[in-house]
Every structure is written in C-alpha cells, then in structure tokens.
Design a binder for this molecule. Structure first.
Ligand code: DMJ
Length: 913
C-alpha cells in the first residue's frame, strides 16, 4: 500500500502531480496503510471470507438500487415500505429533510460513482445515459444549497471523474463527451445566486428555476444557515472550477470559508452551529463536531489535500486543536459553548459525529479515533444501529436511524490505517444488522425506532452513495477495484474527485480571498506526519490495547453531568454545588443557594449557569423519557418474514404488550369496518387479529365488539387518509372513562399510511400474519419456513443470503433503562399537546402531565468515569482559557448569558439532524 507523500514534512517534497497524490483519501493522509503488517490481535480474516462479504455487499446494493430503479425512478428516492417513488409535493411534507429532493432523480445521481467502485461499469454507462436523457435541473422547487451541492453537484462530478477515467482506459464510455460536467456546470450556475449576500455566506435554500430574488422563488428571506451548510462547498466548487476553467465557483466557496474563519470565536477557536448570513453573528453558540458543523471541518482538511493550499491546513489544525482541547472528552465528543468552552452544552451526542474518527485518521491522530469509534460500536451493539442521538450514559435520545453511513466510513478509514482485522469484523456486523433489521422486500428501510425495530418508509440517497462504497472498499483488495482509488479523494457524500485537480487551473487559488493565515503563529501546527513506528511500535496489539478499556463503556457507564464539575472547590472543603437533579423547591437551603447564584461571585454564577442548564436538560430528558414508547406491528408472513415493522400506538386498556408476550395471528377486517356495533362476520375474525377503522365510537367499544366476536387482538387504522407516524405524533388510545378491565385483548393503533401497508398486503397475498409486540422480534425459523425455495427476484434471493447468515434466538435484548422506560406510565410528550387537542372527544388521549415521574439518574460508576472525571479536572486546571470563570461578571451580563444559553438549549431541543 502507499505511503503518504507530498506536503510539508511528510517525507517528500511537493510531488509533480498532486501534493497528496499518493495519500489517497482512502487511507490516512499521514499514515502508512497498515493492512499488510497485521499479525496479531483479532483473528485475521481470510481472503475467501472477505470476498464473500464483498459479494454480499454487491448483492445488497443490487437489492437497494434495483428496487429504486424498478419502483421509484425517476423519483428522487425510493419509499421501500410502500414500494414506490417519493415525489415531493405528493407526500406529506417532512420539513427540512425534503429540501434534498429537487425532482432530479436524486438517488440515481448520488449512485453514479458507487456503480464504478462496485465494478458495475455496464450499469454505470446505462445510468449516465439515463441522467443525460431524463434529469431536469430547472424545476420550480426549493432545495437546500448544501444538499444539492454534496449530493447532486458532487454526484455529477464524481460521475464525470470516473467517466473520463473509464474513457481513457478505452473500453467503456467511449461516447462520453463531458456531458455530466456540462450538467454540473449548469447546476453550479443555478446555485450561485445563493451567494448574493454581503458576507458571501450562501442562503440555505434556492429555487432551481427562479433562484432567490424573484417573488416566485419562495425563498430568500432566511437569515441563518448552519456552519456546515456554508462551509461544505469548496471541494465540489473548486473541482467544478478546475474541471471547467470557470473560476467563479471556487472563488465563491473560498469567500464563504474565509468569512467563517474570520468569525470563529477568537479565544476558543471554535465555531457555532448556526450563523446569520447577513451580519455574521453566531445564532447558535454551541459547538461540536456533529450536526450543523461536521463537514466544515472535513472540508478544511480535504481542501488542503485536494488543492494543496496551506491556509486550509492551518485553519484545520487551529480548529482541531480547539476540538481536542474542549470537545473531545474521550471517548466522547461533547458540544460546548464557543464563549465558554469548558461548559458542555449537551448531555447527548448525535449520530453524525460518527464520521469524526475517520477524519482523525486522515489527520493522523489514531488513538482518539480508535477510542471514539469503539464507544460508537458499543452503542451500535446495544441498539443494532446508532440512534440519531444518544446520551452521555448511552441511552437513546432520538430513536431514529436513517441508515447513515458515517460509522461505516470511519470503520473503513480505521481499517486502512491500522490493518486490524477487528474492523473487518465490525463491518461484518454492520452488514448483518442491515440485512437483519433494515432489509425489506423492496429495498432497505430506515429505522423509525431502534428500540422497537420499527421502520420508516424512507431510503435516503446517501445510503447508496456512501454506505455501499465504504463497506465494499473495506473488504476489497486493490485488484477488486478497476481503478486506483488512491488517486481520488472522497467528498462528504463519498463522491470521488481526482487528486490531479490540485495542479489544474490553479490560477484562482487565493484570488479575492481575505485569508489571514500568514499572520498566524504556526509553531503549534502539525506539519509533520506521525510516525507509524511510534504509533504502532512493533506492537500489532496497539489498537486493541486502546479499545480494551472501553469494552464495557456502554453497559457500565455512569451518567455524566452536563457541565464538567469544578472539583477544586470540593477539594478545598467547600460544599459541592447544588445539582438540578437534587433540587427540592421545599428545601429552604436550596432556595437560599438558588438566590445566591449569579449574584455573589463568579463561582456562584458558574453554579447558577450549570443549574439552569441542568434544569432544562433534565426536564427535556424527563419529557423524552415519558414520551410514548411505541409498539410494533411486524408482518411475519410471506414475503415479509418479519422484515416490515410498522410503528403503532398502544391503548390504555387491554393486554399490555410491554408486560406480556407478543400476540401473533392472521388479520381479518371486521364488519362493520368501524367496529362500532356487534360484528356481522364473527367467523372471519374468530382467532384472528381484527382490523377496525378509527372513528364513530370509542376505542374501547370497538375493542369489546371484536373481543366478543372472538378476535385475539385488534388494530385500529386511522380514517384520516394520508396520516402517518412519519409526520404525526403517536398517541395512545384512551379508555372510555369507565372500567375497561373486561378488555383482555391487545389493541394497537396505526396511522393510515402504515395501515394501508397491511391492507395492500391482504389484497395481494390474502393471508397476512402479524406480530403485535413492544419490540420487533428477530426473524425466527418459524417466520422463514414458508419461504419460497426458488427465488424469482432479487429480494427473494437476498432473503436466502441473509437467512443463511444468521438465525438468532428470540432474545429480548431490552436494557434495564429501556425496561424502566417501557414500564413508565405512557403519556404524550408536551410537544404532543397541540396535536392532542385535535383528537375527537370520544377518543381522548391521556394527560401528559399525569404520572409525572423522574427517572433515576443514579448508576454504578466505572473506572472510566472516574478517569474521565479526573481528566476533565486536569484539563480545567491546566487550561488557560478557563479565565472566563474567574472574572466577576455583573449580574446583568450573567442574566443575559443565562437567557442566551436557555434560548440555545431550547433551540437545540427542536433540532432536526
Ligand atoms: C450525508 O449526506 C453526508 O455525509 C453529509 O455530510 C451528512 N450526512 C449525510 C448522511 O448521514
């Protein structure tokens, strides 16, 4: 494998072709790729086994891509549960997530270079022809500038990069004449009006047809954008400029980056999550490496690799130093305040930060990469996937998982850097989990709730752009790929850009930029690469020794306070500060402490700030924990075999599925369908699970009627057409205000969209069997034994592959926290109150304010926690930037700070990733 080459201090002078031409985005830019030197630790994986896994990835890609092309194309995305295309405007809006959809066959464009990496050259050629024939970039639709850049512009450029590579090889794409590049240029010009701000930061959204200014544009009034949104353009825009010679794109992207750099918080060198595009003021002053900022950092380092411009590396190193000083609390990465970087801003982490270990590998900082990756892997082992957000004590904070690729990306980079076969085993687990829990007959479905295993009718384009690439490359040998992957760099969407661009059309570099990098003292910057002999000092067990102490980090972790605790005052005998979780409004001593906070000294002010933050976090955590634990309706009969899991709401009466075993049975529609009177078809529902339509009488009445007819359970389907758990909050079906003890059968509620999946299945297959439970069960042989031996299509052959890969016992893997969660009285979250008001009086829902319980935060502390605690003490003691806490602030400014922080917290709670 190749060595890092080029650049300052990395062993050789600037090479002829590209500063990092041997670096390869596929391996650590500063590391010798170590795949061949590994001799001990995790058992090596044979070539045969790696090939088998690589083939499995190919088959999975075919299943995802084939179903998209067959059932969704030319729509932007596949809806894998209903097996059709997602067309914006035809489905209920999902908010910001829909801004990626521009009616431009997003998944096809995002998949282009994946086809070549996976050696599907013929399919690539067909796909390029389809893009050129069918895709229209001039639709009257408002799209996200960031998403359009990374997925569509990046997809077209990645496609072009590999098209010219193939053409040069002389076999495929001989007809190709830069058509994808022309489309990319057209799109680039469409995005440029977004940069028409005094700051040079782009508007977050643009209308593809009307731009920003025109009244028809329906956009252009936004004032804020996220840092990643403004700072993740340089690779695509510079590539476009260098491919075409049109310098304007690179100039605009550089200007936006320069502005962000200017606006960094000068004492911490951190950036906030959102910024005002006109004034440059930070709107959200919390700072992490995940949602909202992530790829800004990624693009600084990769811009240096691709463009060879030192200023990007200087900036990256400055930020990286700040990240490692404040945000990195190994193995955690926790958001902090940019002005008060020793204050953690959250008690949870988001799934997007899983890319960071991969970036650390590219930087050459392997130890923390191994640590964070291992922590994330432990979370995955607990929940099968990385939940969108999880707390510092590793409980689920947001339970969705839209098949994000970041963890696979980091796994790949770590494998390339360490050669440790452990990472191959990690990849194997990812493959198994995808097949076991996310695979559905028509593609792969996002997880709606990793705790119940329920699905969402969603397969994002990044799943094809990134996940399959990284998984395939993880198991591939050099000869398995038809070109040298190390000649390219991965964009944040894993699109490939050739490193030779660094020496093409260079004249625009630094033109019109305001970079101040020359003024910086670069004595702290890493200009040299870590020596792998020191990192792995003849010790192939190096990576393992870093992982070992973290093996039980998730299971045995202790809750961590949201603010690193100021320990020195305890040591000097002072009373420990009042913590929000201990506060009692009836305790006069507590009230006295509260009064003092913020008034007397900076220490009290610090306690006050912590207390307020904790209160907000605690209350939000409590709300979350009391949110309704959803139930699952799992279709277990052919051809679903347990693969489709629908999110259902429970009832306040009847059999409680969280306490009892699941109920399994065939479904039958009741007559009358509303179930409001004695059933006229008792013979049809006897011993089955009755389907009843919502409305016209109380839920309990429906339940009694179907129970009297002999049903063993009931599913109420919403009569409000188009409703879905994707867009409406779940609620629990209330009783009728009387004694409902007579109702013994389980009752679940499905919104109309989920209900129609069952009704469609009945129409197609007649006999449909479902499992009602609180958590989807792993497929068991019983679910499988009806499977057709002769596979007629991709999905069936795919089922066979997965069924042979693992059969798992029906073990309930519920964690103690989850079981306490599930056993809590069910109630709506406060956020659901508005919606509750619209529920008809006959179908009341429970009062969220009743049964308000606090989940215990106590837990057994591990050595690691103590170590972490000690580490934070040390950091704080030695950190020169903690001086903010040592000044006495006037009360007004403290209160203003409090308000600012409270607002920031409130906004964070509303976050969408
Ligand atoms: C991708 O679209 C890109 O990786 C982006 O930078 C953020 N994450 C999504 C996938 O999770």
């Amino acid at each position: 494998m190749s060595e890092a080459g080029g650049g300052r201090g990395c062993g050789s002078s600037v090479p002829q072709r590209a500063p990092w031409s041997l670096v390869a985005a596929t391996a650590a830019f500063c590391l010798v790729s170590a795949t061949s030197v590994w001799t001990a630790g995790a058992a090596p994986m044979s070539r045969e086994e790696r090939q088998k896994l690589g083939n499995q990835v190919l088959e999975m890609f075919d299943h995802a891509y084939g179903n998209y092309m067959e059932h969704a194309y030319p729509a932007d995305e596949l809806m894998p549960l209903t097996c059709r295309g997602r067309v914006r405007g035809q489905e209920p809006s999902r908010g910001d997530v829909d801004d990626a959809l521009g009616k431009f066959s997003l998944t096809l464009i995002d998949s282009l270079d994946t086809l070549v990496v996976l050696n599907k050259t013929k399919e690539f050629e067909d796909a390029v022809r389809k893009v050129l024939r069918d895709v229209n970039l001039d639709n009257d639709v408002v799209v996200s500038v960031f998403e359009t850049n990374i997925r569509v512009l990046g997809g077209l450029l990645g496609g072009h990069s590999l098209a010219i590579m193939l053409k040069e090889k002389g076999e495929y794409m001989q007809w190709y004449n830069d058509e994808l590049l022309q489309m990319a240029k057209q799109l680039g010009y469409k995005l440029l009006p977004a940069f028409n701000t005094t700051s040079g930061l782009p508007y977050p959204r643009i209308n593809l047809k009307f731009g920003i200014r025109k009244p028809e544009a329906r956009t252009g009034t936004e004032t804020d954008t996220c840092t990643a949104c403004a700072g993740t353009l340089i690779l695509e825009f510079a590539a476009l400029s260098r491919f075409t010679g049109a310098t304007i794109f690179e100039e605009y992207a550089r200007k936006a980056l320069d502005f962000l750099w200017e606006k960094r918080q000068r004492s911490s060198n951190l950036v906030g999550v959102t910024i005002n595009i006109h004034t440059g003021d930070w709107v959200r002053k919390d700072s992490g490496v995940g949602a909202g900022i992530d790829s800004y950092y990624e693009y600084l380092l990769k811009a240096y690799v691709l463009l060879g411009d030192d200023s990007f590396l200087e900036r990256f190193n400055t930020h990286y130093d700040a990240i490692m000083r404040y945000i990195s609390q190994p193995p955690l990465l926790l958001d902090v305040h940019i002005h008060k970087p020793m204050l953690n801003a959250r008690t949870w982490m988001d799934a997007l930060l899983a890319f960071f270990p991969g970036l650390q590998v590219l930087k050459g900082d392997i130890r923390p990469a191994i640590e964070t990756h291992e922590m994330l892997y432990q979370v995955i082992k607990k929940h099968n996937f990385l939940p969108e957000a999880f707390t510092t004590d590793f409980r689920v904070h947001w339970a969705q998982h839209p098949l994000r690729p970041e963890f696979a990306e980091s796994t790949y980079f770590l494998y390339k850097a360490t050669g440790d076969p452990y990472y191959l085993e990690v990849g194997k687990t990812l493959i198994e989990n995808l097949n076991k829990y996310a695979r559905v007959p028509c593609g792969f479905a996002a997880m709606k709730d990793v705790r119940t295993g329920s699905h969402e009718d969603r397969m994002d384009s990044f799943f094809l752009a990134e996940m399959f690439k990284y998984l395939y490359l993880l198991f591939a040998d050099k000869e398995d790929i038809i070109f040298d992957i190390e000649d390219y760099i991965f964009t944040t969407e894993a699109h490939l850009l050739p490193l030779w661009l660094s020496t093409t059309n260079q004249s625009i570099s630094k033109k019109n930029t305001t970079s101040e990098y020359t003024e910086l003292d670069d004595s702290n910057f890493d200009w040299t690469c870590p020596n792998t002999q020191i990192l792995f000092p003849n010790d192939p067990l190096y990576a393992q020794s870093i992982r070992e102490p973290l093996k039980n980090v998730v299971d045995k972790s202790c809750p961590r306070g949201i603010i690193r605790v100021r320990e020195e005052s305890f040591r000097s005998g002072a009373k420990p500060p009042l913590r929000a979780r201990d506060f009692m409004a009836t305790n006069p001593e507590h009230l006295e402490i509260l009064k003092k906070m913020g008034a007397a000294s900076s220490i009290d002010a610090e306690d006050g700030l912590r207390f307020m933050q904790e209160m907000i976090e605690l209350s939000s955590q409590q709300q979350k924990e009391q949110q309704l634990p959803p139930r699952a309706v799992q279709i277990v009969s052919h051809p679903f075999f347990g693969r489709v899991v629908l999110t259902a709401g429970p009832a306040q009466f009847g059999l409680d599925l969280s306490k009892h075993k699941e109920t399994r049975g065939f479904v039958a529609s009741s007559k009358p369908y509303n179930g409001c009177s004695e059933l006229t078809n008792p013979e049809a529902v006897m011993g089955k699970i009755a389907l009843i339509q919502r409305g016209q009488c109380m839920f309990a009445e429906k339940a009694r009627n179907i129970q009297n007819a002999g049903a063993i359970g009931g599913i109420v389907i919403d009569d409000n057409e188009g409703s879905s758990s994707d867009t409406a909050p779940l609620f629990q079906m209330a009783g009728d205000g009387k004694d409902t003890d007579d109702i013994k059968i389980p009752m679940l509620f499905l919104f109309s969209k989920e209900g129609s999946i069952i009704l469609d299945a009945i129409r197609e297959y007649e006999e449909v069997e479902v499992l009602l439970s609180d958590k989807a069960k792993d497929r068991d042989p019983e679910m499988e034994n009806e499977e057709q031996p002769s596979s007629e299509n991709d999905s069936q052959s795919a089922e066979q592959i997965t069924s042979s890969s693992q059969e798992v016992d029906l073990v309930d893997q519920e964690s103690p926290e989850e079981s306490s969660l599930n056993s809590q009285p069910e109630s709506l979250s406060l956020a659901d109150m508005d919606n509750a008001a619209s529920v008809s009086p006959s179908e009341q829902i429970s009062n969220p304010m009743e049964n308000h319980e606090t989940t215990s935060l106590d837990g057994e502390c591990t050595d690691l926690d103590n170590q972490l605690q000690e580490q934070s003490e040390t950091e704080e003691d030695s950190n020169p930037n903690v001086s903010w806490g040592k000044k006495v602030q006037p009360i007004d400014s403290i209160l203003a700070d409090w308000n600012e922080d409270i607002e920031a917290f409130e906004m964070m709670e509303k976050d969408e990733l």
